[in-house]
Design a protein. Sequence first.
Length: 285
Amino acid sequence: MHMDNKFGKISRISACAALKDGKTILEELSFTAPYKIMMPFERENGGIQIMPLCASAGIMAGDSQNFFYHVKEGADLEVLSQSFEKIHKMDEGAASRTIEVQVDKNATLYYYPQPVIPFAQSSFDSRMTIHLEDETSCLFLLEIISCGRKAHNECFRYSRFSSKVLLYRNDKLIYRDNTCYEPDRMPMEGIGMYEGYTHVANIFLTKLRDTAANLQLQEKIWQILDEASETEGGITRLTTGDMALRIFGQCAQKLQQTAEKIKKLYEHEQKQNMGAADYGSDSGI
């Protein structure tokens, strides 16, 4: 049972990115305490990066958050975070977050936050629902979960960490991930769980339009995973052609380095593939 929100109301962020004169802009933006949004950073491809800033030291007992992101047709948005997200000790109660995302056709979203650190005796529930309008809607989604404050001997000392992701395309559910860890009830370091590792990265990326290029992308990602030191991971290619990755490691930085390589590869391949698709359309192929 959640305690009353310490701010007296739900903390909200709502951001809408749109394409104007060939560049992405923030068409609409609103937020409430303790959040605000920095001035967007421009990307070389005409897209923008936004970074929510939080005046709080982290997530506390009773906090309730509601985030909404809308990427309109043709826009390119990347959502970052200012630092590792700390979920503090909770003597009672829990904290929760709900994220709703809409990605229109020919739009791209990179959801690329810093890792989450659940402190000892913390309890947190997150639910993220993403709607992709059609096959041209692009998404790169990252989540890195730490075991806790490893240097403070708090490995898997949190009470509960739950992260549910529901992803729809054309209003049809194509991917569902239900991560729920309760260390007091689960052998977190055992077989079928972390198996000796302390950190995990979950990545989802939408398929390329060209099937052959998509298969080549998968092989290139496998190569990155094989070459990454101190990590172990794998790829699941869905029946839709989209890909889900899970990577284990002993520290967040190694997982971030691997995720960054995969992100850069995906950005490059997506750009090449979209250019080829446009050329084919213009040529009548």
